[in-house]
Structure formats: C-alpha cells, structure tokens
Design a protein around this ligand. Sequence first.
Ligand code: BG6
Length: 485
Amino acid sequence: MALTDFDLVLFGGSGDLAMRKLLPAMYARDVANDLPPTARIICVGRQDSGQDAFLKMVETNSRPHIKASTMNAATWSKFCARIVYVSLNASDANTYAPLVEALRDPELTRVYYLATPPHLFALICDNLEENGLVTPNSRVVLEKPLGRDLASAKQINAEVGKVFQESQIYRIDHYLGKETVQNLMALRFGNILFEPLWRREWISDVQITIAEKLGVGNRMGYYDTSGALRDMLQNHLLQLLCIVAMEPPTSIAPDAVRDEKLQVLRSLKKFTPTTLAQNIVRGQYRAGHVDGATVPSYRDEPDAPQHSRTETFVAMKAEIDTWRWAGVPFYLRTGKRMADSLAEIVVRFKQIPHSIFNQPTSSFQPNCLVIRLQPDEGLSLNLMAKTPGEGMRLKPAELELDFRESFKTPRMDAYERLLLDVLRGQLTLFMRGDELEAAWEWVEPILENWEQNDNAPIPYTAGTWGPAAASALIGRDGLQWREEA
Ligand code: BG6
C-alpha cells in the first residue's frame, strides 16, 4: 500500500534516537522509494541553530548510522531536502508558531513522534492542541520509557488520551518491529505443526533472553533511575512473552492481537514476597573483560553514583495461570555486559515417554525450538536423528532456517517497519493503553519489594552470563540456560 503525503514531526529531533535510528530509518525508506515525493520530516529542537546548522548536525551525527551501500550524493541531498528544522520550547505553547507555519495542509497525515522524556508527553500534546495542530488525521507516537510505574503510566495514558483518541496513539516497543517477532506469529498461526503442541501437555519450559555485551555507556542519567527491570523486562521481554503465549487471535487486526496479549499479561501469576525472593535474581556488573577488553564496573562508569543499587541484570521464573500454560515455567533474563549479545526464545518440549532403542530415555535431548532475533535471525529445531552407519544410535541434530538465506529480500530495521506502520495507520505492532498498564501492574510489586527491602543487586563479572544465582534459579528445576548447557 503506497503511503499518502505526510508531515512527520520529530520532537527530540536533534536527540540521540532521532540521529541514530529515526532519520536513518526514514532515509532507508526514502532510498527504497516508499516515501511520497513531497513528504516532509520536521525536526523540532530547542536550539535556535537554524536550518543549515541542523543539516550539518544530521550529516555528522546521523549519516554515519546509514548503510554506506545505500548512500550517494543525490539520494542524500534528496533526503535532506525533506528535512525542516523548527526551533521551539516544547513545554511552552507560546513558542509553537514556527511549527504552525511549517505544517502543511491539515488534510495530510500528521505524525507527532515524541522522542522526548516522558514528563513532556502531556505538555506537548496540550500545546499541540492549544495551537490547533491536532487534526483527525494526526497520530502521536510515544517512545519509551512509558512511565516508571503504574501510576505514571496511567497518568501518561490519561493525559495523552485527553488530546488523542486511542486509535491515534502509537506506543512503540521496538522489539515488536523486529522481523523474527512477526515470524513467530507466522510460525504459530501459519502452520499446523506447532499449535497443537503449543501447550502445557507438550512444552516443558520456555526461556527468553535478551543479553547485551554493551554497558550503560553515556546513558547513566536515564539508566540509573531505571534499571534492567524497567528498561527491558517490563516492555521488551514481556512483549515477547505475550507473542509466545497468546491464544490465537481471530485475525491480525490490531485489537484482535492486542486483546490476546492483554489476556496473557493479566494471567501472569503475581509474585508474593516469598515467591519473589525465590524466583527473581537481580545483579549489577563489576569490572571484567568483554571481547578481550577490560571494562569498568557499573559504579565506575561515567556519572554513576558510587553506591548505586540499580540492577543491570535480572532473571526470573514467571508463570501464566491459564489452562494452556499452568505449571510451565517461563524463564526471562536480560542483562548488560554479558558474555554475548543475543536475543532468543527457546521453547523446550517434553521428553519422550519411553525409549524403544538401546539407549536410555535420559540420553534423548528433548526437542527444542530456538527462535533467534539477534544477532542473526532464524529458527532452529533440535531433533533426535540416527547417526550414520551401522547400529541404531540416536544423536541430536538441527533443522535450521536462516531467514537471511531463505529470503533474499532486503531486511528492514525495526524502526523502519514501525515508522511505516505509523504512517500507514497500522496499529497491530503497537501497545494499547491497557496492555501498558497491565504490564506495569504485574511488575510494580517487584519494584516496591526491592525498594522496601533495600534489596542490593548481586555483583557479577562483566563478560559473564550474570550472577551464579541466575544459574541456580533455573538449576533448581533441573534445567540450564541454553548458553550454559
Ligand atoms: C532499549 C533499551 O529499549 O533497547 C536499551 O533502553 C537497550 O538499554 C536496547 O540497549 C536494546 O535494543 P536492541 O534492539 O539493540 O536489542
């Protein structure tokens, strides 16, 4: 479906996200000829630097994030011609005149992308309304963090909801834009093989890991007030869990999918102080080695509070109280400065009930489906197969589907896909307000408990898989994290 003409307004237009992700994503779609010739990108910033200085900044800060193979002088200048820089103070309605002037026909699609700290969301929405800039064709995109607890998430929903209808609000979780996440839906609901087995009778456990070698870098100001639970688990990991665990939606329509995801979030078993202590591990990295280089301790990173108790790692055993999933552990894990950078979902099936071969049942590795999101995208299914030659000896073997190899079509980055969806008005891959609140509602008792008990994170060495307690957590159930097996 071709896009109709639009004005895309980036609040936080000179910020890190715009430079590293949003402008490169728009450039990629421009080069792919997806953007209407007159479509514009209006970047809003505070600095009164002027158009030329802003374009220089884009050249310095954004261009290096664009694939060199897609770059030439003509495409770059065509892209730059779409960019309009507007300087205003986002929290002051009286400064919005340059934006009023820059926006074109109110009949066009207007997207307001708020890549700003969340305390500005409501203010910006009010100021847009006060200046008469919210049209029926307007949409607003909210970037994370979408609150830091249930109350603040509710407040964002309520305040943004005063200005925009729910159908105009796009809450981004960029993990939902990743190719493999949608492929997981294709796998589950486009094939007959898996769905009958996708339940407690046949699945023994599910592991979801998002591990990063990166540390906190220059984001300490934000990160230290957030931590891994808020930064990664409440959103990305829970969204992945929803896609794995949801009931088949009746269609791919936004509310059909989001209704089912909401049911999963509402069915997550609540932690009590006892189960929380047993089933959640929080950690913080100490100095170590990553890729052969020495890296500092979290507390020695630039601007880190000396006695910070913020977690950079969290692992937990979650459960879903439904007929489909009762008793199936979902192990979730995420951390910074880990041994490797990867994101994957591992679905382990149950052991065969009886061995007819001359080897014990325990020598059969249970079938295991691994859905890889990063670094490469693909699926592998571990099966038991006969080793070639005489005799009947079974060994694990892998069926492998590498998306890059199988489908030679060019890939889209998560932000490219999600921006296109916003511009097309497709809400399926965005969180609804009630989903956001349900996720915070489940996470909040954990945050409260940590705060009340002044729960210190367990140190782990950078470049490892986290605290030993995380291995013990899954080890108690006789299992191992896949990378440690
Ligand atoms: C962001 C987090 O949402 O996701 C970052 O704020 C994290 O801390 C990032 O590094 C990871 O995303 P990706 O796509 O690189 O795995």
